[in-house]
Write a protein that binds this ligand. Structure first.
Ligand code: BJ8
Length: 428
């Protein structure tokens, strides 16, 4: 990092030696996985910069904004509506963590067989290495999977202002009513925290800003349909990850800028790989920064990822929020309608997720699906069986991978991925 942020990190209460160690590991992994890629679009330089400053400049920006009476809201789930946060001039940041850090401390309070995403969030908090958690004026937890729901009971004592959002588990009218009531309660909590009222104008503006981000991502996704794909899956995943951290306006402009470049690449028939690389859709548990293990293994084995059916991917971004409405209530209903479509595996039953995977295979002309579950993530692990069966019955090859954040199984996974790539290579 160019500037010296040590004073800022000290003020946030970070453990500097531990934080240095984390940044060291992160920087090394980024160099080995991202910067080592060949033929990257120039527009990725912006995202490389964001990553290099993710604990530096971006945190400084958040603190400067707080100095200007803006609130920072941290969250762990795509069910938390950024539109409402923006409507009180707040800033939304993602808190999910994707590194095996501080697990020894996390395992003092959580069972060992908790999913790595939850353990990592606790490890970052207990190890005092996450400037986003420490900068948040409010942290939103949600009743989704049992692991998160119960872990928030413990997190409550570790952070200063935890708001729990209750979420439905069934796509019923009663479920939708619950979601609306909870979003109303969240809106009131945001108004109270910020001292700002949500108005038709402020909510419309919030909806527009988030829609613009999503539209830019849709543009990026559309470009990945082309043969050869103009951008790697690793880089596209990174952009989807930065979605949760960056300033929305700047992010939208940067994604649109790289899309201009990718359009040109498509016109020139220029791909990040040759035309023959097998195309894969990844589906399953979310991949938080810096969880790049599976895409890295897949792409360093010669295939290319053309889409992510994930909350850090299309499950999080595929729907827009209707911008029409002349009252706060109508706009809130639009938000409820939009979020109620999210087909997270915590819902039962959850048939639209399978339909979505099928449609992605078709849209991106993928030859196979890798279903990725974090170990101990029961919702996605349990859905993986029926998903595999249904897709294979359609003639779509599926590889199921259950893993965590460690590198111990990387060799073994690579062997399985290579065999799968060989299988789908013959499958064209
Ligand atoms: S909407 S996927 S972001 S809940 S990986 S903690 S599910 S045991 S993250 Fe999620 Fe919202 Fe659903 Fe998306 Fe539990 Fe699984 Fe761990 Fe998970």
């Amino acid at each position: 990092m160019a500037a010296d942020y040590r004073q800022m990190w000290t003020e946030l209460g970070l453990d500097l030696p531990a934080h240095d160690a984390l940044l060291g590991v992160l920087g090394q992994a980024y160099g080995d996985i991202y910067l080592a890629q060949k033929n990257r679009p120039e527009g990725m330089q912006y995202f490389d910069f964001v990553m290099s400053e993710v604990h530096g400049l971006r945190i400084k920006e958040l603190r400067d904004a707080q100095g200007n009476d803006r609130k920072v809201i941290g969250s762990f789930c795509v069910f938390v509506p950024e539109e409402l946060i923006l409507a009180v001039d707040g800033i939304s940041v993602g808190l999910c963590a994707g590194a095996e850090f501080g697990f020894d401390k996390a395992e003092e309070v959580l069972p060992r067989n908790t999913c790595a995403l939850i353990k990592s969030a606790f490890g970052f908090k207990l190890g005092k290495v996450c400037p986003y958690v420490e900068s948040s004026d409010m942290i939103v937890g949600e009743n989704t999977c049992d692991g998160k729901k119960k872990a928030y009971e413990l997190l409550k004592d570790l952070v200063k202002n935890l708001f729990i959002l209750d979420l439905p588990q069934m796509k019923s009218e009663a479920g939708k009513a619950l979601l609306k009531a909870e979003y109303q309660r969240f809106a009131r909590a945001l108004e109270e925290l910020s001292g700002k009222k949500i108005t038709v104008a402020s909510l419309k503006k919030g909806i527009e800003l988030v829609n613009q981000k999503r539209k830019a991502i849709h543009r990026l996704s559309d470009l990945r349909k082309h043969h050869p794909a103009p951008i790697s899956g690793l880089d596209a995943l990174l952009i989807n990850q930065v979605f949760f951290y960056d300033d929305p306006v700047r992010f939208t402009a940067s994604v649109n800028k790289i899309c201009d470049e990718l359009e040109q690449r498509v016109k020139n028939g220029q791909g990040v790989r040759g035309n023959g690389s097998p195309r894969i859709v990844i589906s399953g548990s979310p991949m938080a920064v810096p969880n790049w293990k599976i895409p890295w293994i897949v792409e360093s084995s010669g295939a290319i990822i053309v889409g992510e059916e994930s909350c850090v991917g299309e499950r999080g971004t595929q729907w827009l929020t209707n911008e029409a409405g002349s009252t706060v209530e109508q706009l809130l209903d639009n938000i409820v309608e939009r979020y109620f479509q999210i087909d997270c595996a915590i819902f039962t039953p959850n048939p639209t997720r399978l339909e979505h995977i099928r449609s992605m295979v078709k849209k991106y002309q993928a030859q196979g699906v890798i279903h990725y579950s974090l170990q101990f993530c029961q919702p996605y692990q349990i859905e993986s069986g029926p998903v595999e069966k249904a897709l294979e019955a359609d003639g779509i090859p599926v590889l199921r991978i259950d893993t965590d954040y460690s590198q111990e199984d990387a060799g073994q996974i690579k062997t399985r991925v290579e065999a799968f790539i060989e299988r789908i290579g013959d499958h064209k």
